[in-house]
Design a protein around this ligand. Structure first.
Ligand code: HEC
Length: 163
């Protein structure tokens, strides 16, 4: 046997060993992957159980329903009313740092000349907007989706910060 044949044989053996090793690895990985997907399926099942539960259906149920029955009492859908800091969220864009002439929240000096106008005027200016000497206050801070009550709550929140 020449050296060259030996090399060929050694190579052939190595090659077969490699193929076998990779096959074993492949099977092993497939086995592990099936575990991982079991885990995912279990979690999907758990989530479906939650999503199909009555509690969730209640939580995402519409606030009101329409009825074709004319004798039924009308369904009144109350606009969402936010309070406190949540109500103030869309005002913060200008009022947190006093942008565009807005009186800064918490800065008593900036509010001292405004508070004497009375709460009704402050509400009115916040809800309908107004042009003052300092700048332009857009109606509802530009977020017209806010209910009047929410805007009032936001004004209350801002006034609490300077008391
Ligand atoms: C785009 C900027 C901006 C946003 C957003 C904004 N404001 Fe203002 N606001 C102003 C400016 C500017 C003034 C001052 C106008 C002036 O007096 O010249 C002002 C003034 C006010 C005043 C004082 C009114 C008065 O009569 O002195 C109140 C109250 C007020 N804003 C409430 C709110 C509330 C509540 C929100 C959120 C719902 C809000 N603002 C969102 C710019 C803004």
């Amino acid at each position: 046997m020449s050296d060259e044949q030996m090399n060929d044989q050694t190579f052939g053996r190595l090659f077969i060993i490699m193929i076998l090793a990779m096959s074993v690895l492949t099977v092993l990985l497939m086995y592990l992957a099936s575990f991982a997907s079991d885990d995912v399926n279990t979690r999907l099942d758990e989530r479906n159980a939650v999503e199909n539960s009555d509690a969730l259906a209640d939580r995402i149920a519409p606030v009101g329903t329409f009825s074709a029955d004319a004798t039924a009492a009308p369904v009144v859908v109350e606009p969402v009313v936010l309070v406190g800091e949540e109500a103030y969220a869309s005002c913060a864009a200008c009022h947190a740092a006093g942008i565009a002439g807005a009186p800064t929240t918490g800065d008593a000096g900036a509010w001292s000349s405004r508070i004497p106008q009375g709460i009704a005027t402050l509400y009115e200016h916040a809800i309908n907007g107004y042009q003052g000497d300092a700048g332009y206050m857009p109606a509802k801070g530009g977020n017209l989706a806010l209910s009047d009550e929410t805007v009032k709550a936001a004004v209350d929140y801002m006034l609490e910060q300077v008391q």
